[in-house]
Ligand binder design. Sequence first.
Ligand SMILES: [Zn+2]
Ligand SMILES: [Zn+2]
Length: 304
Amino acid sequence: MGTIKWILIAIAIAYFIFIVVNGYKNAKRITSKRIYSDFHVHSKFCDGQDELEDIVKAAIEKNMPKLGFSSHSYLPKEKDWPMSPEGTKEYKNQVNELKEKYKNDIDILLGVEQDYWSLADDLEDYDYVIGSVHAIYEKDTVNSAVDGASEIFNYAVEHYFNGDRMAAAERYFELVSDLYDKTKCDVIGHFDLITKYNEKFMNEQGIPFVDTEDLRYIEAERKALEKLVATPVIFEINTGGMGRGFRTTPYPSERVLQFLSEHNTPVILSSDAHSKDNLCYAFDEVIELVKKYNLNLVLDPRIK
Ligand SMILES: [Zn+2]
Ligand SMILES: [Zn+2]
């Protein structure tokens, strides 16, 4: 009887130790910080706030293994946000110098966010290209901006589409579907940017700024997806709107993520940071979406 008692006590002690150790391990797993890289980053060379080198230092501080710069490509009619032709040369030089200077601390990549309407004559200079549509008309990129203020988008809907918002969405996705053919980009930037203001503006019936449940929208989105998943592109999951405080969800929508999952299309995490404080913004949240949809996550835009 005595022996059995001692065996039971030993089992109880062993079980207690097992619970404590496992609890500690789980707690460690939850609190330990993940390490991320970020390849959609803007600096003072376009519309970002910080100097390149200050961004590099912030990235090293975050233990990021890789950092990719992606300044906005030159667009002749836009003065405020893209690089100038001289700025583009200087940007390439400076990023290449920083690559060398910090090569023991971080892997720096020279990228570009190539606008649909920019000339694609220097793209071989870059390590990778993000292709993005920011405006729906070349002749008037200022007033047809999808990425500008909501009033500008409303202006475009009224002036170019007789007030037909879905026609503007169809036009937007038609351009997006052509991004790979036009730019040979590695990454599709903010695939459904046209939903930018959907959390901010809804009508009385709760229908958002651009109605993503409208059948015409769904069809335009699907056509663009089908064309792009047949090309060797990566889709970014872009937290830019979250970092700037007007969205709680990234681009693209979960419906799009579901489609990408079904087609095993690669995805990459992008902050679209315009400030060094937003590097890898909300990547812990986005990684939950990657898990939820079992997405094919790549850690470098050069590797697909
Ligand atoms: Zn963009
Ligand atoms: Zn960007």
